[in-house]
Ligand binder design. Structure first.
Ligand code: KMT
Ligand code: NI
Length: 185
């Protein structure tokens, strides 16, 4: 895992876009983002860890997604563009990377990161929890492949709400999120 301020230079979303300004775990935690490493070894210890983490946080459902050009064929470019649309969810979102790599970008909300993208680079064994109401987006990196476990609390709170929709800023989850992160500072 590595986190840094996105450089905001237009171009391929899959490139690193590293501005050279690193972001600490503390800054991520101020945004309500939790990072955890659960190494994937030959034994099944990681599965026990995932199971207990999921249970602790009240997760009932999960699935596995593989994003590859081979697997998605002609739909690939459209699919990765859709993941890159800035959105929020009304529940928190957990991703655990089983293979490959990619970037989750989260929006800063307080200075000096207000409205800046913070890019979080994830690879095998990395787990991230994005809180309800945080604006974020995802992309594969230039390796063009990732396999991730997606953990869900409940449908339909899982639905992505695009920032471009007129009511998204007004959603309860957004208000509560802002109150939590701004109140904590
Ligand atoms: C998301 O939240 O955008 C996704 O599920 C993308 C694939 S998970 C690495
Ligand atoms: Ni999402």
């Amino acid at each position: 895992m590595k986190a840094y301020v996105f450089d905001d230079i237009p171009g391929d979303q899959r490139l690193p876009h590293d501005s050279g300004n690193p972001i600490s775990l503390n800054t991520l935690s101020d945004l309500g983002v939790i990072y955890k490493q659960i190494p994937i070894g030959d034994d099944k210890k990681w599965e026990d860890e995932i199971n207990s983490f999921a249970k602790e946080r009240g997760y009932k459902n999960r699935d596995q997604i593989t994003v590859t050009r081979e697997g998605l064929g002609a739909a690939y470019e459209d699919k990765i563009k859709s993941f890159f649309d800035e959105h929020l969810h009304e529940d928190e979102e957990i991703r655990y990377i089983l293979g490959g790599s990619g970037y989750f970008d989260v929006r800063g909300v307080t200075e000096p990161y207000n409205e800046r993208w913070i890019r979080i680079s994830l690879e095998k064994g990395d787990l991230i929890v994005l809180p309800a109401g945080i604006y974020h987006r995802f992309t594969v990196d230039s390796n063009n492949t990732i396999t991730a476990m997606r953990l869900f609390q409940d449908e339909p709170k899982w639905t992505p709400h695009s920032r471009s929709a007129p009511d998204t800023d007004e959603r309860e989850a957004r208000g509560e999120y802002l109150q939590q992160v701004k109140g904590a500072i």
